[in-house]
Design a binder for this molecule. Structure first.
Ligand code: UTP
Length: 620
């Protein structure tokens, strides 16, 4: 009886004529590597070995090649063969111009439209704050940030330069403030810690960890934070899904990020979701790396989730027709399937034209598109989320976006890869799932930092820059508008140009999350007739700082320990802190400053720093 053939024999048979260069090297492969080589050959990837030399030359690198293949195989559900199979299908559909929404008719889903500071907004904030102790936060921070082109990781960038607080610090301070405020509302119940997970990638992992460790986790307990690293996926060189060889190294497959959709499978496979469930977590809130405003929208939108028992709540902003953000739409298929989902702006217009509106993506009587603009911040109800992931393992519908060389669509300008998006999670949910949205004002909720100065300066007038400049200015504007709402006379902004971008410059008002998380918090801490001039800077860091009848024309900084109560009053006048233009090409300046186009000249300020318990008054 003939002996069963070994994997090496099988590989030898496969490669003898098909792939002579691999054939010559079979003797150096372990059985696991031979198994992977067989998969590659069967999936028509013999070009990967096209330039492999005789055994004895570069053997270490050949082994390293298979180690990489092994990692790529292990980190994708169904392995590399499944990845290539999925890629072929998606590339074929892309070449044929197939619309993923064929057969679906869009309609406007139901959701909540909030107006800052009105009765229902205040009520939702109250509910959300109570519920916050039952939340877990997930930051997706594995992105390359190619458009921004910043040399560091995006979460290390200052959200604003008045205090220099970086995004990661800001987020952690918000989570800790929510934890403190929410637990204080639940007197008699055991105090809870709000868990915080960060998805990183090879591009961001080490630097994220170093940022946390070198700053004492910004006050959070290290055990409260979990880092989950996403793996990259193989790049595809052509329509046949041939894997792309790294141009710098013929023993490496080129890889690129798979997209933020990986967060679902990572949360699931890491066991974190079940752990959170066991600890009583009810809500998982997902957010992105550079939105300094997001947490202003969290209490109210979490309140909406809790009140309406939404399994999925997408945070959204009013969207102008054709604006380059996705629209949230209900899609109903001819066969009865229905889902509430983000439809990318370039797909929304053709879909509307082909179905319900020959004019496509147009504004309705409100002056906005009836489809709210998705800002990719999601609140998921944990129990139903876990149930769904048990079915899908966290796999998210992928897509491919090749940049073709020409209209024949036969070759690509550069290699592509499969991608998946966090917000596509609801695609697999049954039509009975409670999926809704919460619309907030843009000024309150959304100011991401995504574009470098040159590209931002080219943004057509009226469209958002999404730059470090606009992101910082948006923080000052939001704080100014909130103070206006509670009755402070805040001076109107002036228009100024930084790095070629014209922006509104409001007084530079910043407060720490622990000073105020909600509209009601701000209202409680400000009284009397107060005013702030346009040239002013106001920084409030202490929890128990009360502003009473303050007239500010200059710079004022107040910090205090939690056990100190500080009343700030009177007329504060000084030369203040002045914004000075800088050129983004000026390499003598730190990159963090250059990319915003201004620096702050701290000329004069009134400063109060209260480090002993007690009651104080700060006046000039
Ligand atoms: P962006 O759209 O900002 O993309 O991602 P990006 O990759 O960071 O930047 P560009 O496109 O190269 O300029 C939105 C969010 O998703 C995260 C980002 O870190 C950001 O918070 N992200 C993106 C991941 O976590 N993983 C990815 O693979 C891609």
């Amino acid at each position: 009886m003939a002996a069963a053939s070994t994997i090496t024999d099988q590989l030898a048979n496969l490669t003898i004529s098909e792939c002579p260069n691999l054939h010559k090297n079979i003797s150096i492969l372990s059985p696991q590597h031979a198994e992977l080589a067989k998969v590659l050959i069967e999936m028509e990837q013999s070009h990967l070995f096209g330039e492999w030399p005789e055994p004895g030359i570069d053997d270490d690198q050949k082994i390293a090649f298979f180690d990489q293949v092994s990692r790529l195989d292990a980190s994708y559900p169904g392995g590399l063969a499944q990845y290539i199979k999925n890629a072929r299908e998606l590339l074929t559909d892309s070449k044929a111009g197939k619309n993923p929404f064929d057969g679906f008719t869009p309609s406007v889903p139901t959701g909540e439209n909030l107006t800052f500071a009105d009765e229902s907004f205040i009520k939702y904030e109250e509910t959300g704050l109570k519920e916050a102790k039952n939340a877990a936060f997930v930051l997706v921070a594995g992105g390359l940030g190619e458009r921004l082109g910043y040399n560091g990781i995006k979460v290390a960038l200052p959200s604003e330069t008045t205090t220099g607080t970086c995004f990661l610090q800001l987020y952690i301070e918000y989570i800790l403030a929510l934890q403190e405020a929410s637990c204080s509302l639940a007197e008699g119940e055991p105090r809870k810690e709000i868990p915080f997970a960060i998805m990183t990638s090879d591009d961001t992992h080490t630097r994220t960890l170093t940022l946390l460790e070198s700053n004492g986790y910004f006050g959070m307990k290290p055990t409260q934070v979990t880092l989950l690293k996403q793996e990259k996926v193989a790049c595809l060189a052509d329509n046949d899904a041939r894997l792309a060889v790294d141009p710098q190294n013929k023993y490496r497959i080129q890889t690129k990020p798979h997209g933020h959709g990986d967060v679902h499978s990572l949360l699931y496979s890491s066991g974190l979701l079940s752990k959170w469930h066991g600890a009583g977590v009810k809500w998982v809130l997902f957010f992105q790396d550079t939105n300094g405003l997001l947490f202003k929208a969290i209490p109210a939108s979490l309140g909406v989730s809790a009140t309406k028992q939404y399994q999925v709540n997408s945070l959204a902003v009013p969207r102008k027709a054709k604006e380059a953000i996705g629209g949230i739409a209900k899609l109903t298929h001819n066969d009865g399937r229905a889902m509430v989902i983000n439809v990318e702006y370039n797909q929304l217009d053709p879909l509307l034209r082909a179905t319900i509106n020959p004019d496509g993506d147009v504004n309705c009587e409100t002056g906005f598109s009836p489809f709210p603009g998705n800002i990719n911040q999601l609140i998921l109800e944990l129990e139903s989320y876990i149930e769904e992931l048990k079915k899908t393992g966290g796999g998210i519908k992928e897509f491919v976006n090749p940049k073709y060389k020409d209209a024949t669509k036969t070759s690509f300008k550069s290699s592509t890869r499969l991608e998946c998006m966090m917000q596509d999670y609801p695609q697999t949910l049954p039509p009975t799932a409670r999926v809704g949205f919460t619309v907030m004002d843009i000024w309150l909720a959304y100011a991401p930092v995504k574009n470098n100065p040159e590209d931002a300066a080219k943004v057509p007038k009226g469209n958002p820059y999404h730059s470090a400049t606009s992101g910082e200015m948006a923080i000052y504007r939001a704080h100014s508008l909130i103070l206006k709402k509670v009755g402070v006379q805040v001076a109107d902004p002036v228009m100024q140009v930084f790095n070629g971008q014209e922006v509104e410059v409001w007084p530079r008002i910043v407060w720490k999350p622990k000073w105020a998380l909600t509209y009601s918090d701000v209202k409680r801490k400000i009284s009397g007739s107060c005013s702030v001039s346009q040239k002013s800077t106001m920084v409030i860091k202490g929890r128990n700082v009360f502003i009473e009848g303050l007239a500010l024309d200059g710079a004022l900084l107040v910090d205090s320990i939690d056990e100190a109560e500080v009343k700030v009053e009177g007329s504060v006048q000084n030369s203040g802190w002045i914004l000075e233009n800088v050129d983004y090409k000026d390499e003598t300046l730190p990159e963090e400053i250059r990319i915003r186009g201004f620096k702050i000249n701290k000329v004069e300020q009134l400063e109060g720093n209260f480090v002993e318990p007690g009651k104080y008054s700060l006046k000039p």
